[in-house]
Ligand binder design. Structure first.
Ligand code: BG6
Length: 514
């Protein structure tokens, strides 16, 4: 296999490829999606492709191929693409964009064990070189259950679709999480993917990294002088990372019940957030340098020694969320009534390095909590001495810097201020920055950014195999200690089990009211 022909930048020789301000357009190429009828493809991937086309970020020679076990023609698949884009795209519908996109829509019918179907796929991709000038450039998006990865990768290889030399262009593969279910299955999968595609051609998706606000953690930390000097155990008391969802498990019972919250979102999204918050400054802003720093942090993350004391697993009971009555987890359609799968996790992690020794990182995630919010709270130590009367500062809390990742995107700084009047009383106040007010452009969807980066060959926002494996090493000991344990119940619409409050209270702390 030849080396990947990395980042296209529209072929403009005057353009500095390191300059990331101006939009970049990939070379002509095809995006092949496996699992096109699934929710992810319909609600996220296809709309993201349309939005990219609408923003002028796809090359004129662009095609999208769907592969599925349906007796469909190109025309039927184009209908699905058009409907998904109309219903879920972020940007307005424009007939002229759709007309252009539609010309590159192809469908290949078949199942994953059907060699002939993969030959037909190879012929379709070849045909696009003639019709759309894609010059052999193809990305294969595996939007399929992890159990199907090996067979699809095997078929791509048998059909020669992974072979860049034969193709004369780049060949890339995009793998959706969960990437394995523990460290050994992740290693196995990594080996398989690496045997099939070149390392530069493998893109592991963690869609949190595609979120604007998540990327801006690096901007805030490394683009300013203000925060870095206080970003360590000398000034930070504790860090709280919260990912709360008001939704339940929707129609994903089968998947969710075999996975649970720790594997679904803590192993990936939340540990990636932790890594961005805790990492050292990268030597440059490129994929390799950022990955190296994130990996150091992930390798330094320690799961609690006393799992019973420093973790809480919960499962929701029936309750009320946003004014609606909702069923408990065990009565959701498709969930066994005896299920012990967790829908909530809180865990106290440590980061064993000089910067963070002794600072607890409290991480929590849950479904059917009161509202949707993802945030990182940096809680600073209290002042070592206050020259005020104790009564004047009785209600003063920790100074806090809160990175509000979604849905109310922005940053909040919380600090004490004098209450107006003749006395001297101090109270906490907040200073808010809102993305929506400060900038006119709306943030792209995470998948827009990530699909574009795959087509550009830009790996900065994609965790690599070693990060994935290091993250499993944090989660595996928890899973072992929990195995078979009954999760703590919490009522839907509450902030998780009481034990999660008790866990912080026992250390003289409390969860931020997110
Ligand atoms: C996915 C999880 O990775 O992230 C889902 O599998 C979760 O369970 C989703 O609902 C949340 O994503 P977002 O972007 O809405 O925060």
């Amino acid at each position: 296999m030849s080396q990947d022909r990395t980042p296209g930048h529209g072929g403009n020789p005057l353009r500095d490829p390191q300059d990331r301000r101006l939009p970049r357009v990939p070379e002509p190429c095809v995006l092949v999606i496996f699992g096109v009828t699934g929710d992810l493809a319909r609600k996220k991937l296809i709309p993201a492709v349309y939005d990219l086309a609408n923003r002028g970020l796809l090359p004129p020679g662009f095609a999208i191929v769907g592969f599925a076990r349906r007796d469909w023609t190109d025309h039927d698949f184009a209908d699905l693409v058009g409907r998904s884009a109309r219903e879920y795209a972020r940007t307005p519908w424009r007939e002229e964009i759709w007309a252009r996109l539609r010309g590159g829509v192809r469908f290949v019918a078949g199942s994953f064990d059907d060699d002939e179907a993969f030959k037909a796929l190879a012929a379709t991709v070849d045909g696009l070189t003639t019709s759309h000038g894609i010059a052999g450039n193809a990305a294969f998006y595996l939007s399929v259950p992890p159990s199907a990865f090996p067979i699809v990768l095997g078929q791509l290889s048998r059909a020669g679709l992974n072979d860049q030399v034969q193709a004369g262009g780049w060949r890339r593969v995009v793998v959706e999480k969960p990437f394995g279910h523990d460290v050994s299955s992740a290693q196995q999968l990594n080996r398989l993917v690496d045997q099939t595609f070149t390392p530069e051609g493998v893109f592991r998706i963690d869609h949190y990294l595609g979120k604007e606000t998540v990327q801006s953690i690096l901007a805030l930390r490394f683009g300013n002088t203000l925060f870095e000097p206080v970003w360590s155990s000398h000034f930070v008391d504790s860090v709280q990372i919260t990912m709360a969802e008001d939704v339940g498990i929707g129609t994903r019972a089968g998947f969710y019940d075999s996975v649970g919250t720790a594997r679904d979102v803590v192993q990936n999204h939340l540990l990636q957030l932790l890594a961005l918050v805790a990492m050292e400054e990268p030597t440059s802003f490129d994929a390799e340098a950022i990955r190296a720093e994130k990996l150091k942090v992930l390798n330094a993350v320690t799961p609690p020694r006393d799992v019973a004391r420093h973790t809480v697993r919960g499962q929701y009971l029936p309750g009320w969320v946003a004014g609606a009555q909702v069923p408990g987890y065990r009565t959701e359609p498709g969930i066994p009534p005896e299920s012990r799968t967790e829908t909530y996790v809180a865990v106290r992690l440590g980061v064993q390095n000089r910067r963070w020794a002794g600072v607890p990182f409290y991480v929590r995630a849950g479904k059917r909590l009161p509202r949707r919010v993802t945030e990182v709270g940096i809680l600073f130590r209290k002042a070592p001495h206050l020259p005020f009367h104790p009564a004047d500062v009785a209600t003063l809390g920790h100074n806090q810097l809160v990175l509000r990742l979604q849905p109310d995107e922005g940053v909040t700084l919380k600090f004490g201020s004098k209450v107006p009047g003749t006395g001297m009383e101090l109270r906490d106040i907040t200073m808010d920055f809102q993305y929506g007010e400060a900038f006119t452009e709306a943030s792209p969807e995470a998948y827009e950014r990530l699909v574009l980066d795959v087509l550009l060959g830009d790996k900065m926002l994609f965790p690599d195999a070693s990060e994935v494996e290091a993250s499993w090493k944090v989660i595996d000991p928890l899973q072992d200690a929990w195995s078979g344990a009954r999760p703590e119940p919490y009522r839907a619409g509450e902030w998780g089990p009481q034990a999660a409050d008790a866990m912080l209270a026992s250390e003289g702390r409390a969860w931020r009211r997110a």
